[in-house]
Design a protein around this ligand. Structure first.
Ligand code: HEC
Length: 123
């Protein structure tokens, strides 16, 4: 359990430094060209994996999204207006709200199906 926690903490630290890079990038670039790009560069690393809750298709209010970004709940880093402007954040929240719930693991169907069938036959 302690080892697993340590591993999760290491993952989060890696993610945090990546997020810091993304924020630095944003500062030099001024603005992102799109919400999709902002998501890809800044949020996806944590929010499209096991590190953080799934936001797409989660029905979160725009204010809840903006609040989380500014204040950084729990292990999430916060992002100041210098990193993500109010306008970008507003658009990002709307973009996240418009995303469909993602379909689970995109493994290669042709590889996955036979193994699944074998398992069922054994059972
Ligand atoms: C370093 C990883 C990391 C990054 C980068 C990150 N988040 Fe998070 N986020 C988290 C974690 C972890 C939580 C869960 C915090 C808790 O409740 O303990 C969270 C929670 C949230 C929540 C609240 C979810 C809920 O169900 O209430 C929202 C909204 C959110 N993040 C939005 C974003 C957005 C938008 C971005 C990009 C600008 C972003 N996050 C970037 C790690 C991250």
């Amino acid at each position: 359990m302690r080892v697993a926690r340590g591993f999760a903490a290491a993952l989060l630290l890696t993610a945090l430094s990546l997020a810091a890079c993304a924020a630095a990038h944003a500062q030099s670039a001024g603005e992102w060209t799109s919400s999709a790009q902002l998501w890809r560069d800044t949020c996806r690393y944590c929010h499209e994996g096991k590190l953080a809750p799934e936001l797409r298709g989660a029905g979160l209010a725009a204010q809840a999204i903006a609040g989380a970004v500014r204040h950084g709940p729990g292990a999430m880093p916060s992002f100041a207006p210098s990193a993500i402007s109010d306008r970008d954040l507003e658009q990002l929240a709307a973009w996240i709200r418009a995303q469909p719930k993602p379909v689970p693991p995109q493994t290669d169907e042709s590889e996955r199906m036979p193994r699944h069938e074998t398992r069922q036959r054994i059972r």
